[in-house]
Write a protein that binds this ligand. Sequence first.
Ligand SMILES: Nc1nc2c(ncn2[C@@H]2O[C@@H]3COP(=O)(O)O[C@H]4[C@@H](O)[C@H](n5cnc6c(=O)[nH]c(N)nc65)O[C@@H]4COP(=O)(O)O[C@H]3[C@H]2O)c(=O)[nH]1
Length: 724
Amino acid sequence: MTMDLQHLHPATGRPAEILVVDDDQRLLTSLATLLRQAGYQVTEALGGHVACQTLKEQSFDLAMLDLRMPGIDGFDVMSYAASARPECGVIVVSGESAFTSVSRALRRGALDYIKKPFDPEELLETVRNVLGQQSLLRDHADVQTRLKKSEALHRYIVNSSPDIVFMLDQDGRICFINNKVNTLLGYLPAELIGQHFSIILDDQDVARGTYAILDTSVSSDNPRTLELRMKTRGSRKANRHFEVTAFPIAPDTWPHIKDGSDRMSGQKARFYGTARDVTERKEAEAFINFQAYHDLLTRLPNRALFKDRLNLAITHARRNNQKLAVMFLDLDRFKVVNDTLGHAMGDRLLQAVTRRLEGCLRKGDTLSRFGGDEFTLLLPAIHGDDDAKHIAQKLIDALTTPFTLGEHEVFVGISIGIAVFPEAGQSMDQLIQNADIAMYHVKGRGKGDYRFFCDNMSIDSANRLSLERDLRLALDRDELRVYYQPQVCTQTGQIVGIEALVRWQHPDRGLLYPGDFLPLAEETRLIEDLSERVMAKACEDVGQWIKAGHKDLRLAVNLSPSQVEHPRFVETLIQQLQACDFPAGNLEIEITENVIMNDLDQISQKLRELADHGVRIAIDDFGTGYSSLNYLHRLPIHTLKVDQSFVRDIRNGDDGACIVNAIVAMAHGLKLDIVAEGVETDAQLHYLRKLGCHQVQGFFYGPPRPPEAIQQALKQTHLQMAAI
Ligand SMILES: Nc1nc2c(ncn2[C@@H]2O[C@@H]3COP(=O)(O)O[C@H]4[C@@H](O)[C@H](n5cnc6c(=O)[nH]c(N)nc65)O[C@@H]4COP(=O)(O)O[C@H]3[C@H]2O)c(=O)[nH]1
């Protein structure tokens, strides 16, 4: 039974197939017969030629070869078999006994050698051994192939992992790292092997990363994951963010090593880790975070972030007994640029303005875009109002030079309202609102300036809402009134001009003054409608008095900055005069210096057109604004109105009087008319008359009054003059 199984091939379990080759038919037959009897599958080949032919057609487990054969000898057959049938083992069965032949045969790949004449038992034993040996070799080759395939598979898995896979030795030096490190960070694995892993960590993360990764207290069951930044090669690109998971390799699974010379194979590895690139996720998170708290156009903090910082700053200031300032900044003329040059240019302007404003601030200050062309600024710790004044002036100055947008050069200014904590408000909302109110007072007075909030500006928000609603109704219900104040000639006492001043006959609150509602009208853009009504009514009243005989009577009207800035200002005004049939030469418009200086080129063009129509131009509140005297002789200006603060100072001391002296002298030099405002006393009148001031206006001659009262006064002076 045992004998029966021995002819079976150990690997396949079927009878082994043997090719017997000899040029001697007798020996061939006897060897074949012996093997067949032992159970093998035998094929006979008479001579080398037939042997090669047979090997070509069929495969064998074993060939038994005679060496010396005519023509193609045993060595030739061995060579052929080695190339055509490498799986076929060879046993040489030869009469040759020379050492050289035997050794030559073995060197050519023969697995054994049997000398003729052979002992049958010995021969069969040799065949069995060789077949067994061959099977072992085949098994080994199989294992090798499988190992190679398995290694290639694992290498493929590791290298095509979306993550960086690495192994570190006990000192933290990289002993294996996959190709992903090249794709993600630009390093070749070979150049990192042997280097400490911190070489690729962002400098700020080295300490944290080293501590966490080499911490032996974690394990593969409970690995440590942390976020680290890694350097890209050459640091041309920004560093990338990784989620790194690492743990020590358990000693029983340490990769086995024989000689330790192959540094790439990871045999010294004591730590294993993966690093997942989370840069895009981090950037998306950062962007979402940024977007929630910033304005994307200017990249400034938005309203929400500003309020948050202001709240913190208030808490801090309260605890430390400090002051802080909130500024509300509104761009002047932004709307005109946006409407005429388009939104793209408007956006570029906002960005350029932002850069200039930021240039005036310190690190701890917060400038935010509040919306549209409005900005807010927080100065978290100021010593007093002077600090805020200084910054406000710096901001205004920063915008005085024009902005270049493509081929356009544009001028924008800024109006600033300031609320100082704790005086101007205790809460975040109060401070912002009061800074806003103060800003509208600047707008109402000619823009391009700053003002601190003070209590008499205050209209609480509920009040403010109802006032706004009432103001809209006032226009519909015709509750606006125009009062007039005479402008009197200092030499003759005759009324030469009449200034129109708006009043609001409020149904519940009584008579309201411009200071009570003009900033709100400006803010709500009702000012345009309001100004139109005042102008129409004044033209109607004064027009009647002119027609009644006061043909040189001058009507002085105040114009709001937004009215003058309107692109169709001149056209609208002239149309209005024509509609009321009011002589242009009897109209004097009053504008402040700031309105002119805000946009000198545009405004001078408009004033020239108006002057060409005969309209006179007066500078109101002269001396309190820019006082850049340069524009005086470049513009068609007819009258300077000396501000009442200087007139008031006449009685207080020399300084005020000095300014009035200088203004009057200058007006004489430039051949301008001069009207002194706010004359209340005989002494002031006397002083001004002596100085050569042509006209005065003030309570000395009476407050602004309704048209009926003025009509009466006009009649009287007419009579007086007639009597003279
Ligand atoms: N203390 C004192 N004050 C005197 C004296 N004489 C006149 N006043 C006041 O001084 C202001 C003179 O007008 P303003 O400087 O043009 O200043 C005006 C002007 O800038 C603006 N305003 C008035 N009416 C209009 C209007 O219809 N349109 C526009 N855009 N602004 C107007 O409101 C401002 C304030 O107007 P009012 O309250 O009417 O105040 C008036 C007037 O009542 C005096 O002897 N002593």
